[in-house]
Design a protein around this ligand. Sequence first.
Ligand SMILES: [Zn+2]
Length: 252
Amino acid sequence: MIIKEEQDLIPYQVSCLPATPYLVFAPHPDDETFGMGGTIALASQANHEVTVVVVTDGAAGGKATTRKNEAREAASILGIKKLLFLNLADRGISTNSSVITSFVKLIEKFDPKTIFLPSPLEFHPDHRVVTHITLEAMKRTTSKSRIWFYEISRQSEANRFIDITSVLKIKQKAMKAYKSQLLQRPYDEYVLCLNRLRAYTLPQKIKYAEAFWKLTKDTDQKEVLDHVLNYIIAPDDKPRGVKRLLQSFLRR
Ligand SMILES: [Zn+2]
């Protein structure tokens, strides 16, 4: 039996920002900030084009109008210039073809070089559904966008780290904009812990990092794929179709 070395499982260095422009899909107003607000702030400082699409109205976690206003405030702190709201039902996102088509149109309109999606290993079903819909939409476009999964509520598999130490204060300020959510739970504290923990394998001068899983063609990710498949697919689904879909991204 061959036991992999730790550097085969997790990066020991940070990466540069990926190719721009970016299209970030946030299932709820706050996911973009909690999950990758630091990376967005860095992209804004570099004058990179970032478009954030908030998929649901967030009504399962507060008043939709309040949450929208919070998202606008956070976006202005992070330097996001394009913020779109799809207003789909919180915890009720349909995966029908009209929804997939609307995602196709967004991808074609913004023609991003990098698309950020919640990790398929996220707990919240909306997070996984948004990722599923976007991957389906990608099949129907000629887009050559690279997919980067970001983590929100847990450590996911990661093959890229972005050093957010220099913009941590901006991210913290943006997180504070989500007052209605922080009244329910101290999400900003959880996120801070997660970002701090992500420095575990990095040089010590790096205090905080955001983690991503970039789909690459040159990495053997079968293990990760199997992990993902066990996670996102219910027994009565069709694993082979989804497996083919995910593998088609890895082969690109
Ligand atoms: Zn969410």
